[in-house]
Ligand binder design. Structure first.
Ligand code: SIN
Length: 537
């Protein structure tokens, strides 16, 4: 079977409405909103987001935004910490650019109305795993994403040249003669629509929902990655899914993130016997990079035969806990846990997709007319493992960079933009009696079992076989609803992730192969591009 198929659904351009804009932004998180706000008022911007803007993944960021602000800190320290976490695969030039931009981006957010937490009249700075200095600005204690997005969404609503369409699902990117010209979308209550745009910025976020245990909200289904792949853009490094070590693990709770900032304030990880195990695993103990802490937790869960470990804050002054972690305290109290006293049951969960659509230093993808920013991309900032609190930062920096590039390109095209003839596209099979939620649950469980924190050839081969089998009967169908389109996108991205993890026969950053436990710089100190097509047999 052909993989990928070009379009998710049938459409005939003659039968659906068309709209026009200068710049189309796909995604309503921090990267997309930052891009929209950077476009000058004489160009029209249309931002589409499949849910409500207030439900994007950025809204849930707890920790904060990393930036060199303290006089004791230096750009060189933040650069070095990012490179060390990235395990050899960061692009140094890009890391330097992003790190140097950080203080300016934080100032811009303050100007846009973000209220960051302060201490003695200055920005309060937290610390997280892999950081050598206190440099994380945060808001509302542990609800940074919520506060940043509140301010940014307010500014977007005030901007007369920006239109925001919520509940608008991007089905596919429209291409003609190797150029991206906008997108085919589905709007709630309005149906299919073609949006023609001189330039398109993809900022649609990640794919945490491909795992059962994830910190991500339900919107994170890899739609932008899958659409870009179908349209012919290059993706790479899809083996690198970052797992967050501490996700609340209580029956009945959503898999709520327990921020790394909690360990930054001094919390300890203990096993079911009360033993604090991190100091014997790594000299940085609880503040070692996430891949190290996640693997140590999995090992401890196996040796103690217990489904989780515990995060202990009982030795931290309770006033600090109330002030810094009001959100975590509230969620845990719903389950009868007083975090100043009771250990919090936690285990790792999928958190951040490091691989994605390849972009250069200007945010250009390999598909002319398409730019990309944020978690949907592989920019080279994170290498093989992302340093905590570098991702909102990347979204801000690249949102602005993409907008600048797209604005120049749109101005050059403005007079010459012509709608090309697009032939009707279609596939015939109806969804039939496919139980979409059953396949989705099976996929998410399989990914956790076979493509989780510890991988090997046998587990990956089994995962490839199951996902190919599901792709064969699910991807040929035309689904009429969001859940079906999301399943098709999850299957597409999962197939690429498994392919990539199978190819990379070494362990580096977030990718750990029990059958190749060492780094292999001779063969693998490089990025791994996805093939343009794959055989699904
Ligand atoms: C956290 O608060 O632990 C998440 C921060 C991040 O993933 O950058």
């Amino acid at each position: 079977m052909e993989f990928p198929q070009r379009y998710l659904i049938r459409f005939s351009p003659r039968e659906i409405p068309h709209v026009f804009t200068d710049i189309l932004v796909i995604g309503g998180g921090i990267a997309g909103m930052r891009a929209a706000l950077a476009v000058p008022g004489d160009l029209r911007v249309l931002v589409v987001t499949k849910d409500m803007a207030a439900h994007s993944n950025s809204n849930y960021a707890q920790g904060g935004i990393a930036g060199v602000i303290s006089p004791e800190d230096r750009f060189e320290n933040h650069i070095e910490d990012t490179l060390v976490a990235g395990a050899g695969l960061c692009n140094r030039e890009l890391v330097e650019l992003v790190v140097r931009e950080a203080p300016g981006q934080i100032d811009d957010l303050v100007r846009l109305g973000t209220r960051f937490d302060q201490t003695e009249g200055a920005l309060a700075l937290g610390k997280e795993g892999g950081h050598s200095h206190h440099r994380i600005v945060h808001a509302l204690g542990d609800a940074t994403g919520f506060e940043v997005m509140r301010a940014v969404i307010d500014r977007v609503s005030d901007a007369p040249n920006i239109e925001l369409w919520e509940k608008t699902f991007t089905l596919d990117l429209i291409t003609h003669e190797g150029q991206c010209l906008g997108a085919l979308v589905h709007r709630q209550r309005k149906g299919k629509l073609l949006i023609w745009a001189s330039q398109t910025i993809l900022a649609s976020g990640g794919v945490g929902m491909v795992y059962r245990e994830t910190t991500n909200p339900p919107v994170a289904t890899g739609d932008g990655m899958a659409a870009a792949y179908r349209a012919g853009a290059r993706l790479r490094d899809m083996e690198f899914m970052q797992f967050h070590p501490t996700v609340l693990y209580v029956a009945g709770s959503s898999r709520f993130l327990i921020s790394e900032a909690v360990r930054g304030e001094g919390a300890w990880l203990r096993d079911k016997n009360g033993h604090r195990f991190m100091p014997e695993e790594d000299p940085r103990a609880e503040l070692a990079p996430r891949d190290v802490v996640s693997r140590a937790i999995v090992k401890r869960m196996e040796t103690t035969q217990h489904p989780n470990v515990y995060l202990d804050l009982s030795h931290i002054d309770s006033a600090t806990v109330h002030r810094r972690f009001p959100g975590i305290e509230k969620v845990c109290s719903n389950f009868g846990l007083d975090i100043t006293r009771d250990p919090i049951p936690v285990r790792p969960g999928a958190h951040y997709m490091i691989g994605g659509v390849e972009v250069d230093l200007q945010g250009r993808t390999s598909l002319p007319g398409l730019w990309a920013a944020g978690e949907v991309t592989s920019s080279g900032l994170h290498g093989a493992n992302r340093l905590a609190s570098n991702s909102l930062l990347e979204g801000l920096v690249f949102g602005k960079i993409c907008a600048d590039g797209a604005v120049n390109a749109a101005r050059q095209m403005k007079e010459s933009f012509v709608v090309p003839p697009i032939a009707p596209h279609g596939r015939a099979r109806k969804p039939g009696d496919l139980d979409i939620s059953d396949v989705t649950i099976s996929l998410r469980s399989l990914m956790g079992r076979n493509m989780g924190i510890v991988r090997n050839e046998e587990l990956l081969a089994e995962a490839a076989k199951s996902v190919s089998f599901w792709c064969k009967y699910a991807l040929g169908r035309e689904f009429p609803t969001r859940r079906g389109w999301e399943l098709a996108n999850l299957l597409t991205v999962a197939r690429l992730m498994i392919w990539s993890a199978t190819q990379r026969k070494e362990s580096r950053g977030t990718h750990f192969r029990a059958d190749f436990p060492e780094k292999d710089n001779a063969n693998w100190l490089r990025h791994l591009p996805c093939p343009a097509s794959l055989e699904i047999d």
